[in-house]
Design a protein around this ligand. Structure first.
Ligand SMILES: Cc1ncc(COP(=O)(O)O)c(C=O)c1O
Length: 124
Protein backbone atom coordinates (compact mmCIF):
# COMPACT_ATOMS: atom_id res chain seq x y z
CA UNK A 1 0.00 0.00 0.00
CA UNK A 2 2.99 2.36 0.29
CA UNK A 3 2.74 4.96 -2.43
CA UNK A 4 -0.88 4.14 -3.19
CA UNK A 5 -3.26 7.05 -2.84
CA UNK A 6 -6.84 6.23 -1.87
CA UNK A 7 -9.33 9.01 -2.50
CA UNK A 8 -12.00 8.96 0.20
CA UNK A 9 -14.00 12.06 -0.69
CA UNK A 10 -16.21 10.71 -3.47
CA UNK A 11 -19.07 12.37 -1.62
CA UNK A 12 -17.63 15.71 -2.77
CA UNK A 13 -16.54 14.78 -6.27
CA UNK A 14 -16.12 11.70 -8.41
CA UNK A 15 -14.19 10.83 -11.54
CA UNK A 16 -16.39 11.11 -14.61
CA UNK A 17 -17.39 7.92 -16.41
CA UNK A 18 -15.62 7.91 -19.81
CA UNK A 19 -19.00 7.29 -21.48
CA UNK A 20 -20.26 10.52 -19.95
CA UNK A 21 -17.16 12.39 -21.09
CA UNK A 22 -17.65 11.07 -24.63
CA UNK A 23 -21.34 11.99 -24.67
CA UNK A 24 -20.59 15.48 -23.31
CA UNK A 25 -17.65 16.36 -25.59
CA UNK A 26 -19.80 17.97 -28.34
CA UNK A 27 -21.28 20.30 -25.75
CA UNK A 28 -17.84 21.60 -24.81
CA UNK A 29 -16.78 22.16 -28.40
CA UNK A 30 -19.67 22.48 -30.90
CA UNK A 31 -22.99 22.82 -29.10
CA UNK A 32 -22.10 25.50 -26.61
CA UNK A 33 -25.20 27.71 -26.60
CA UNK A 34 -26.98 29.09 -23.56
CA UNK A 35 -29.97 26.79 -23.06
CA UNK A 36 -31.85 29.67 -21.45
CA UNK A 37 -31.50 31.79 -24.63
CA UNK A 38 -33.73 30.06 -27.13
CA UNK A 39 -33.99 33.16 -29.27
CA UNK A 40 -30.92 31.99 -31.17
CA UNK A 41 -30.00 28.69 -32.87
CA UNK A 42 -27.11 27.93 -30.50
CA UNK A 43 -29.38 28.30 -27.48
CA UNK A 44 -32.14 26.21 -29.04
CA UNK A 45 -29.73 23.33 -29.73
CA UNK A 46 -28.45 23.46 -26.16
CA UNK A 47 -32.00 23.68 -24.82
CA UNK A 48 -33.11 20.66 -26.86
CA UNK A 49 -30.16 18.65 -25.57
CA UNK A 50 -30.95 19.68 -22.01
CA UNK A 51 -34.59 18.69 -22.36
CA UNK A 52 -33.61 15.34 -23.92
CA UNK A 53 -31.36 14.74 -20.92
CA UNK A 54 -34.14 15.76 -18.54
CA UNK A 55 -36.51 13.22 -20.13
CA UNK A 56 -33.86 10.48 -19.99
CA UNK A 57 -33.11 11.15 -16.32
CA UNK A 58 -36.84 11.35 -15.50
CA UNK A 59 -37.47 8.01 -17.20
CA UNK A 60 -34.61 6.45 -15.24
CA UNK A 61 -36.02 7.67 -11.93
CA UNK A 62 -39.65 7.10 -13.03
CA UNK A 63 -40.66 10.67 -12.35
CA UNK A 64 -41.97 13.48 -14.51
CA UNK A 65 -39.42 15.60 -16.42
CA UNK A 66 -40.43 18.83 -14.61
CA UNK A 67 -39.42 17.13 -11.38
CA UNK A 68 -35.80 16.98 -12.55
CA UNK A 69 -33.65 20.00 -11.70
CA UNK A 70 -30.18 20.37 -13.13
CA UNK A 71 -27.98 22.57 -10.99
CA UNK A 72 -24.41 23.79 -11.00
CA UNK A 73 -23.64 22.66 -7.47
CA UNK A 74 -24.79 21.87 -3.98
CA UNK A 75 -25.47 25.44 -2.85
CA UNK A 76 -27.86 25.97 -5.76
CA UNK A 77 -29.53 22.63 -5.05
CA UNK A 78 -29.90 23.49 -1.36
CA UNK A 79 -31.36 26.85 -2.30
CA UNK A 80 -33.99 25.24 -4.52
CA UNK A 81 -34.89 22.78 -1.75
CA UNK A 82 -35.21 25.61 0.80
CA UNK A 83 -37.47 27.52 -1.56
CA UNK A 84 -39.79 24.52 -1.83
CA UNK A 85 -40.63 24.77 1.89
CA UNK A 86 -44.05 26.43 2.22
CA UNK A 87 -45.30 28.57 5.11
CA UNK A 88 -46.53 26.34 7.92
CA UNK A 89 -44.31 23.43 6.88
CA UNK A 90 -41.46 22.28 9.05
CA UNK A 91 -37.87 22.20 7.96
CA UNK A 92 -35.50 20.42 10.30
CA UNK A 93 -31.77 20.77 10.04
CA UNK A 94 -28.77 20.61 12.34
CA UNK A 95 -25.88 22.84 13.30
CA UNK A 96 -23.51 20.53 11.45
CA UNK A 97 -25.25 21.11 8.11
CA UNK A 98 -23.47 23.11 5.41
CA UNK A 99 -23.72 26.88 5.81
CA UNK A 100 -25.73 27.11 2.57
CA UNK A 101 -28.54 25.49 4.59
CA UNK A 102 -27.89 26.76 8.12
CA UNK A 103 -27.48 30.47 7.30
CA UNK A 104 -30.74 30.88 5.32
CA UNK A 105 -32.71 28.59 7.67
CA UNK A 106 -31.60 30.58 10.72
CA UNK A 107 -32.83 33.74 9.02
CA UNK A 108 -36.40 32.47 8.61
CA UNK A 109 -38.93 34.41 10.70
CA UNK A 110 -40.04 31.40 12.76
CA UNK A 111 -36.66 29.71 13.08
CA UNK A 112 -36.65 27.76 16.33
CA UNK A 113 -33.57 27.83 18.51
CA UNK A 114 -31.16 25.01 18.06
CA UNK A 115 -31.50 22.18 20.51
CA UNK A 116 -28.51 21.79 22.83
CA UNK A 117 -27.79 18.35 21.44
CA UNK A 118 -27.26 19.74 17.98
CA UNK A 119 -24.72 22.34 19.11
CA UNK A 120 -21.12 21.65 18.46
CA UNK A 121 -18.91 21.02 21.43
CA UNK A 122 -15.77 23.12 21.89
CA UNK A 123 -13.90 20.29 20.21
CA UNK A 124 -16.25 20.31 17.21
C1 LIG B 1 -23.63 19.41 2.11
C2 LIG B 1 -23.00 20.45 1.24
N1 LIG B 1 -23.75 21.50 0.81
C3 LIG B 1 -23.22 22.46 0.02
C4 LIG B 1 -21.89 22.42 -0.38
C5 LIG B 1 -21.38 23.51 -1.28
O1 LIG B 1 -21.17 22.99 -2.54
P1 LIG B 1 -21.05 23.88 -3.85
O2 LIG B 1 -19.69 24.48 -3.83
O3 LIG B 1 -21.22 22.89 -4.98
O4 LIG B 1 -22.12 24.92 -3.88
C6 LIG B 1 -21.08 21.36 0.02
C7 LIG B 1 -19.67 21.32 -0.39
O5 LIG B 1 -18.86 20.58 0.09
C8 LIG B 1 -21.65 20.36 0.86
O6 LIG B 1 -20.92 19.31 1.27
Amino acid sequence: MIGTVIYLDHHATTPCDPRVVEAMLPYFTEIFGNAASITNAHGRKASMALEDARVAVARFFRVLPPEIYFTAGATESNNIALNLVRPGEHFITSATEHKSIVVPANGWPNAAPRSPSSRRTPKG
